[in-house]
Design a protein. Structure first.
Length: 229
């Protein structure tokens, strides 16, 4: 499966055969390391020219391993260039592991990511475990669902009603450009005060177009500010 992002402002005007369309394409390959699925991203501009067996294909591969810390599932990402040469039991394999913990703040589910290198040595009850926790809240702006992420270190101390909770909220709006679904993200700090009809709401809209290159699905993102136009 290859995913590509086009730089063209108007993705409809860019065909799958254009070389610029494939700028920054990354191919995702999956292989197994024991019971661990490893995912690789190729750097090749034209992914068709890169086979899964090429060593360069596995550049910057990260293996995802899951282990449990109490009731918390911990996921680790290996830094090895060639994941096949790195076993799940290697200590380096667990470099930069992040543990994902979920707790509730009212009706809001809060997710925390631990910074510990070796997640097995970090318990879910440790205060440091909740470092950089972000709470995800959903509210509606007309027919638009708005999602907010709180910056509080300890999400339990932040309620969904606090104004700071909605810091950097982005509202996701969908509209159609031909057969292309366009998604917009608003920059408003307090999304409740921003209506879907506001021009600023559609700042940084990206249109997502899908086309096929052989058996490869290519996805492009347009840079247009106002996708309706």
């Amino acid at each position: 499966r290859a995913f590509g992002v086009a730089n063209a402002t108007n993705i409809e005007a860019s065909s799958a055969s254009k070389s610029s369309y494939y700028s920054h394409i990354g191919a995702v390959a999956a292989t197994s390391v024991g019971s661990v699925r490893a995912f690789g991203v190729a750097s090749a501009t034209t992914i068709e020219a890169s086979t899964a067996t090429e060593p360069s294909y596995y550049y910057n591969i990260g293996a995802v391993a899951a282990t449990s810390v109490g009731s918390v599932r911990a996921f680790g990402v290996a830094n090895a260039t060639n994941i096949e040469a790195s076993s799940a039991s290697k200590s380096s394999y667990y470099s930069h592991i992040g543990a994902v913990a979920a707790t509730s703040v009212g009706s809001v589910r809060a997710f925390g990511v631990a910074n510990a290198t070796n997640i097995e040595a970090s318990s879910a009850s440790k205060s440091s475990y909740y470092s950089h926790i972000g709470a995800v809240a959903a509210t509606s702006v007309g027919s638009v669902r708005a999602f907010g992420v709180a910056s509080a270190t300890t999400i339990e101390a932040s309620t969904a009603t606090e104004p700071s909770y909605y810091y950097n909220i982005g509202a996701v709006a969908a509209t159609s450009v031909g057969s292309v679904r366009a998604f917009g993200v608003a920059n408003a700090t307090n999304i409740e005060a921003s209506s879907a009809s506001k021009s600023s709401y559609y700042s940084h809209i990206g249109a997502v177009a899908a086309t096929s290159v052989g058996s490869v699905r290519a996805f492009g993102v347009a840079n247009a500010t106002n996708i309706e136009a």
